[in-house]
Design a protein around this ligand. Structure first.
Ligand SMILES: Cc1cc2nc3c(=O)[nH]c(=O)nc-3n(C[C@H](O)[C@H](O)[C@H](O)COP(=O)(O)OP(=O)(O)OC[C@H]3O[C@@H](n4cnc5c(N)ncnc54)[C@H](O)[C@@H]3O)c2cc1C
Length: 446
């Protein structure tokens, strides 16, 4: 290799953007190819009739140390907004706040005997504390032995499972407890409870899409550029074949970062051997549908998010009130609410047309929490489908990413990034991108 290496990054989600920024700092020439006409992947903010609507990630948490540091480096810390109120779980028409501090322990959401069983969870947290690392999920692979539902049924209680653990898993990740490894539960609880002043949530003044926009600044980015395949070239490097604005294009690269979802990898790299191919094919994603409804009045302001237990409804997983996050998320006197379908409902109802889905979701909200019904003052409605919302961190996934961390999947100067490797949230995607860049730099130097 003579001169600075040319690196192609596939995907302009936050993982790809984080990798590109880190690589650019080493002097490499970077080209990012993004299939969509916009950047951000699952971190995008749409503006509809003056209302900011998140198409993917809704909030950042106070334990996202890398993301919050990055926001400082990008010069947008002044736009960080603390979401002032909490999420609440609905039971029998009543809302029970969930955080800050483990408030669930002090509410009547579950009975006293059920609360006592929480001591088993606390014991597990204390015992496994050293391996519950939000920035190295693979370290927890020894507790990737059972699902949250099996663990809760064996050591906690059915009520605790259905009214305390299931609603956040469904409302935030669109997963079921059956699909979630207890390793994920322990890591998330440790991260949330380790905050000295309680768990705090944040957004950005421009919506979280502002983070992706700031990360992309100054990078060589091609939009509507779908990569079709990446093939190793004789004599080293890679040939990247893409469709850019309807025209075929071939790029020569010294190194490649594949920062797509895991499901896209086997199509991009058809020459992968069986074992590596199986690694990517084993990653599954939850799905959801996001219905955003604008209102010509303000919605109740008691809580930011509503979480709906599956015992109360098979359809809705969560609802979030946009102006509670930041009053400027809607024009004065107006508001917007985002409803999300649970993972199982989104999968089961995917054949339904948009109008039917919207009707069903609004009827469900009206029944569950009538005070939040936007229909009387509705001014717009948009429905977004997310067929690949969050990678499942199910039993076996931690063992898989442990194999990845041991270097058995990557080869040559081609590395992978994405939330399926770093953790199912913005922080995990950013960490995975930065770590992928570091691995690639090390390989380029060999
Ligand atoms: C509804 C929803 C709510 C969420 N809520 C939160 C939240 O509140 N907080 C939080 O922290 N996280 C949340 N998340 C998760 C978070 O958004 C993701 O973990 C993170 O954005 C994943 O980033 P990524 O870069 O790994 O993947 P992606 O954002 O999916 O990026 C992959 C990119 O690759 C592109 N691509 C794919 N194939 C090709 C190809 N062949 N050629 C070129 N480009 C290609 C895609 O278009 C995409 O832009 C949420 C996600 C969803 C869907």
């Amino acid at each position: 290799m003579s001169g600075s290496p040319h690196i192609v990054v596939i995907g302009a989600g936050v993982a790809g953007l984080a990798a590109a920024r880190r690589l650019r700092a080493t002097g490499a020439r970077i080209t990012i190819l993004e299939r969509a006409p916009v950047i951000g992947g699952r971190v995008q903010t749409a503006v509809v009739e003056g209302c900011k609507i998140e198409l993917g990630a809704e909030f950042l948490a106070s334990f996202y140390t890398r993301t919050l540091a990055l926001i400082g480096q990008l010069g947008i810390a002044r736009d960080l907004r603390r979401i002032p109120s909490s999420a609440a779980i609905l039971r029998d028409g009543r809302l029970y706040p969930l955080w800050p501090s483990a408030r669930v322990v002090f509410t009547s959401l579950i009975g006293s005997r059920q609360k006592l069983t929480l001591s088993h969870l606390v014991g597990s947290l204390l015992r496994h504390r050293p391996i519950l690392d939000l920035h190295a999920f693979q370290r927890a692979c020894s507790v990737d032995d059972t699902s949250v539902s099996e663990y809760a049924r064996a050591h906690l209680s059915d009520e605790l499972l259905e009214y305390v653990l299931q609603p956040p898993l469904s409302g935030i990740f669109y997963w079921t407890p059956e699909q979630t490894s207890r390793a994920l539960l322990l890591i998330a609880l440790r991260a949330g409870l380790s905050q000295p002043s309680g768990l705090r949530l944040f957004t950005l003044h421009g919506g979280l899409g502002q983070l992706a926009t700031a990360m992309a600044k100054g990078l060589d980015l091609r939009l509507s550029a779908e990569v079709l395949s990446v093939t190793p070239r004789d004599g080293g490097g890679y040939s990247v074949q893409a469709h850019v604005g309807g025209t075929g294009m071939r790029l020569a690269a010294d190194g490649v970062v594949v920062a797509t979802t895991a499901t896209a990898v086997p199509r991009l790299l058809p020459w992968l051997d069986g074992e590596r191919r199986a690694f990517f094919e084993a990653v599954a994603y939850s799905s959801t549908v996001n219905l955003a409804v604008g209102t010509c009045g303000r919605l109740p302001r008691g809580v930011y998010g509503l979480l709906f237990p599956r015992r109360e409804t098979p359809f809705l997983a969560s609802a979030t009130i946009q102006t509670v996050k930041d009053p400027t998320f809607a024009p004065r006197g107006r508001d917007a609410i985002s409803l999300h379908l649970s993972g199982p409902a989104a999968a089961a109802l995917r054949q339904y047309d948009d109008a039917t889905l919207a009707r069903l979701m609004l009827a469900d909200l009206r029944r569950l929490a009538p005070a939040y019904d936007p229909a009387p003052t509705q001014c717009f409605q948009r429905l977004y489908r997310c067929p690949e919302a969050l990678p499942l961190f199910d039993v076996g996934h931690f063992t898989r990413i442990d194999r990845f961390a041991r270097g058995t999947i990557e080869a040559g100067r081609l590395v992978f990034a994405g939330d399926y490797l770093g953790g199912p949230f913005v922080e995990g995607a950013i960490i995975s991108g930065e770590q992928a860049a570091e691995r690639l730099v090390a390989r380029l130097g060999q």
